[in-house]
Design a protein around this ligand. Structure first.
Ligand code: NAP
Length: 285
């Protein structure tokens, strides 16, 4: 058996097309959508990621301002910057990029991003609204997983979904989005005993642990759908997922590739959120 490949390329292109149209319309009405990305690190991988977001933004007509505070920035300086962006009517979306300098608490700082501008669903207020069923931006990666499954026509109602990973950016919000779509959800983490026992009972496995090759054929029930959220850079410049694609493809019914699966959909959704923030932000009726 060879798993269907659930590529994110086609869906990402469709999201970009509707985002570009909405961005142009908003600009015509005098509100050119603008995203601000706050960076406080000298890490090469972050610089590469931020450049790729800025390039993707430009291509859909979203202005992207990178506010680089440098690796020596402290909590007060970052908070002041976020407060200024929160108050700036010309800025519609704000992302605080991690990693941050040692001793700076991202979880505390993201509270400075208002719900209406929190395009990557990072703040506790956005997450709380999501769980309470109120409008808010979901973290783009978590939303990308359910969007990709919907695009592939995979119905989630009544299915057993096992999410491997419980971070605030991916695992927890994703578990909630899957629940919202009537899946029965199990969340596993580093203290879970016998991971394979849980995953082998799943119709859908989402691997979001940041561990190269964690999910192998032994974790997968024949025919199950496997979504690989992991993006783990290797020393030789490759990007590997959390799923051992070679062995899992022989057992699974469908599998998302890395790269080219969840990643491109995530970026496209982030930009779509920015345009929505410029036109119908979730904190306004
Ligand atoms: P994270 O904050 O490090 O969280 C990892 C989670 O995985 C934790 O909940 C951890 O459990 C769990 N875990 C670690 N080892 C495990 C194991 N051996 N068995 C079971 N669970 C285990 O990572 P993250 O930010 O959620 O990111 C996860 C992965 O997704 C990374 O590869 C990241 O690069 C990728 N990612 C991709 C995108 C995209 O756009 N494609 C976006 C964001 C993240 P504990 O809670 O017990 O520590």
């Amino acid at each position: 058996m060879s798993a269907d490949v659930l590529s994110g390329t086609e869906l990402a292109a469709a999201i970009r097309a509707r985002t570009a149209a909405a961005a142009a319309e908003s600009a015509e009405r005098g509100r050119p959508p603008r995203l601000a990305v706050v960076v406080a690190t000298a890490e090469d991988s972050t610089a590469w990621y931020v450049r790729s977001i800025a390039g993707a933004a430009r291509r859909v007509g979203v202005d992207c301002a990178v506010v680089d505070l440098g690796p020596a920035a402290g909590t007060a300086q970052i908070r002041d910057t976020l407060d200024e962006l929160a108050a700036d009517d010309a800025v519609h979306g704000v992302i605080l990029q991690t990693p941050l300098p040692a001793g700076v608490d991202a979880a505390d700082l993201v509270t400075a991003i208002p719900v209406g501008k929190d395009v990557d669903g990072a703040s506790p207020a956005s997450l709380g609204r999501l769980v309470a069923g109120q409008r808010a931006f979901a973290p783009a990666t978590a939303e990308a997983v359910v969007a990709l499954l919907a695009h592939a026509g995979r119905d989630l109602a009544g299915r057993h979904a096992v999410v491997v990973g419980r971070s605030t950016v991916v695992g927890k919000p994703l578990a909630h989005l899957l629940l919202d779509r009537d899946a029965t959800v199990t969340v596993c983490h580093s203290r879970t005993k016998s991971l394979a026992e849980h995953t082998r009972s799943a119709d859908l496995i989402v691997a979001a642990a940041g561990r190269i090759g964690l999910v192998t054929a032994a974790h997968v029930r024949p025919g199950a759908v496997v979504v690989d959220v992991g993006t783990n850079p290797t020393y030789d410049g490759r990007l590997l997922g959390d799923v051992d694609a070679e062995s899992v493809a022989a057992v699974a019914g469908a599998l998302t590739p890395v790269p080219g699966g969840v990643g491109p959909v995530t970026t496209a959704l982030l930009l779509e959120h920015t345009v929505i923030a410029a036109t119908q932000p979730p904190d306004r009726a």
